[in-house]
Design a protein around this ligand. Structure first.
Ligand SMILES: [Fe+2]
Length: 645
């Protein structure tokens, strides 16, 4: 009777609650009857069902096509499938008992979820973070069927490839309820947790060769998106950013209710492999997307071989077409690397790199021979909150290193290079240059999620972290000023001597991030990179990135004034215009690396209209060759990709 008694203490009895309590009692009676009937394995006690929701949920969601097998897995976590096939014949009546057990388990889950849902309603107050719901960060609705686009300034080039340009980004369902307050403290959603919405511009040609261009947007139909849309209210209590104890309670409630501590928004990137598209956020498996209609087809676990988080930035191997992936996790194994076959059907390699703690690593690099492992002290872990530490926190005094690992190597075969401490999210490219491995990325020093500096300190923190640092200014704080002022950087790792040479490669006055290259050059020496230039003043007001220009980096061309730096061209947008989802689109049969176009979504805050720009990469600073007006506003977001027909 413990559970009903506790519930009665927590809540005022009313009709629906009484039903819930009766359900619990009913379930417990059924369990007792089963035990009395001599269930061979002793049955599943109600408490054991409640104690293992995360694992049960994880296994279930990887086994959507075979629920019976998933149930078996719940008793043999991570057991190979043949182990299940070898099970001995069960006694008469076993199937019936198993059905009852499954029914009980489902009832218990529903009861737990209902009770906790009521608890959240009673104990929590939700309020708004206005900046997440203002201007072009405000979410939009799905537009429905694709709409033909005829308002084009300029011309889409005849040799522009047919395909679809898709950009992913957060589009929360309940944007006015992003802060939670309770007796446990305060937590808030971060910008990075909104449900993923895909925006797609289709480039098709009619039979006579003229362009037919259309637009469509659609939510990624992730598990947590379905949950929140069905309930038509906030489901997950915000957890990642907040006071440690409040975060811990939120993690516990979310896990007990939904089997996972945080949402799987699938909002960060959309990548291609083996002719398929995948929407991804790195705390979850990718979701397969039908790019023809943006429908979500289901999670991708490489035929059951991958049960880890999955990086938002997997890398295609030059030549073989295989895909290098990794997943970083709060629990052990903290960093797992994998290689997927070129047809996407098999996991060729899976290895635990034996990290000793959870670190939120966002990107991975590849060269022809090696996997390039970024390791920096951006720590994360639910257990940290037990020690009153933030869920996510970068250690400004910690150590960073970069690992060079043979493609099918393991933790022991990695050659590690100590580098200056940093917290960089994105890489341009990596390649081998004689005895050296060259790694180029956008380097920052702090976490973009200001965990541990919750709410009252946020605006002050943003105001200093994103602006260009002035080391000579009074009160300069190296742990705060300019730590998010992101600049292109090069690490040269000498495999022969073990030495590292590193340094910034562009002007200290310009911040940029979200780097891309011509992907045909992934893993091999390349001459050009493209990145979004940060409007640091606008960004510093809210902590939400705004990009006012696009940069083209000429890696092999020294800057005219400072020979230590490289030459950079800029495509400048008009005042009040900001871009997102920049990607390079290669010209078919192009001979030069920059034969192609840079595409981007652009929003004009003056006119409140959104467009897609097509910029000739060889005439980069000139006017776009085409500006395509979209039928509705496209909120700022994260990464874009072009899928060639
Ligand atoms: Fe990213």
């Amino acid at each position: 009777m413990f559970v009903p008694a506790l519930l009665a203490r927590l809540y005022k009895p009313h009709e629906k609650l009484s039903q819930v309590v009766r359900s619990v009692i009913e379930v417990r009676k059924k369990a007792a009857m089963l035990r009395a009937g001599g269930s061979s394995g002793g049955g599943i006690s109600s408490s054991s069902s409640l104690q293992r929701p995360t694992r049960c949920m994880r296994i279930n969601r990887h086994s959507l096509k075979a629920p019976d097998q998933a149930a078996a897995h719940a008793h043999l976590p991570f057991a190979p499938q043949n182990a299940i096939k070898k099970k001995v014949q069960q006694p008469p009546g076993w199937k019936k008992k198993q059905g009852l057990m499954a029914e009980m388990s489902n009832i218990l889950k529903a009861v737990t979820s209902n009770v906790l849902g009521r608890f959240v309603h009673t104990a929590y107050r939700f309020s708004e973070q206005p900046f997440l719901n203002e201007g072009n960060f405000r979410p939009v609705n799905e537009i429905g069927e694709a709409i033909l686009l005829n308002n084009i300034d300029g011309e889409v080039p005849e040799d522009f490839p047919e395909g679809v340009y898709i950009r992913n980004g957060p589009n929360p369902l309940n944007p006015t309820q992003t802060i939670s307050d309770s007796i446990f403290g305060s937590t808030s959603y971060t910008y990075y947790e909104g449900h993923g919405m895909l925006h797609a511009v289709y480039f098709n040609k009619r039979s006579l060769g003229e362009w037919k261009i259309s637009y469509k947007n659609k939510y990624v139909d992730s598990d947590t998106f379905q949950l929140e849309r069905e309930k038509n209210e906030v489901t997950f209590v915000p957890s990642a950013d907040g006071q440690p104890y409040a975060s811990l309670v939120a993690f516990a409630i979310n896990t007990l209710r939904f089997g996972k501590a945080v949402k799987d928004g699938a909002n960060t990137n959309i990548f291609e492999h083996a002719g398929r598209a995948f929407a991804i956020t790195e705390n979850h498996l990718p979701y397969v997307i039908d790019i023809n209609n943006l429908n979500t087809l289901g999670p991708y676990d490489i035929n059951g071989a991958w049960d880890q988080p999955f990086t938002s930035h997997p890398k295609k191997i030059h030549g073989s077409g295989e895909l290098v992936i990794m997943g970083t996790n709060t629990e052990k194994p903290h960093y797992v690397l994998g290689v997927i076959s070129s047809d996407g059907e098999r996991l060729l390699h899976k290895v635990d790199l034996k990290f000793e703690e959870g670190k939120l690593i966002h990107d991975i690099g590849v060269t022809t021979e090696y996997n390039i492992i970024m390791d920096y002290p951006l720590r994360f872990g639910i257990l940290r909150t037990l020690l009153q530490k933030p869920f996510i926190e970068n250690d400004m005094n910690g150590k960073s290193r970069i690992g060079v690992m043979p493609r099918f190597g393991d933790a022991e075969s990695i050659i590690w290079f100590d580098v200056e401490n940093h917290c960089s999210y994105h890489l341009f490219n990596c390649f081998e240059d004689e005895h050296e491995v060259v790694v180029r990325g956008c380097r920052i020093l702090g976490s973009v999620i200001p965990s541990g500096r919750h709410r009252v300190d946020k605006s002050k923190w943003y105001g200093r972290a994103f602006l260009q640092p002035d080391k000579d200014s009074e009160g300069f704080d190296p742990s705060l000023d300019g730590i998010l002022f992101s600049r292109p950087y090069e690490w040269r790792l000498n495999l022969k001597s073990g030495e590292t040479n590193e340094g910034y490669i562009t002007s200290e006055e310009v911040a940029m991030d979200f780097p891309v290259i011509n992907e045909k050059f992934m893993g091999v020496r390349n001459k050009y990179g493209y990145a979004q230039v940060v409007d640091t003043l606008a960004t510093s007001k809210t902590g939400l990135f705004k990009f006012k220009m696009i940069a083209k980096l000429h890696f092999d061309m020294p800057d005219k004034e400072n020979k230590k730096l490289i030459s950079v061209e800029y495509h400048v947008l008009k005042e009040k215009q900001f871009c997102s989802g920049v990607q390079f689109v290669a010209k078919e049969n192009g001979t030069d690396e920059d034969d192609g176009w840079v595409v981007t979504y652009v929003h004009d805050e003056g006119t409140n209209t959104s467009e897609v720009y097509i910029i000739d990469a060889k005439r980069f600073s000139e006017e776009p060759v085409a500006k395509i007006t979209l039928p509705q506003r496209v909120p700022y977001g994260f990464h874009g990709n072009f899928f060639y027909k």
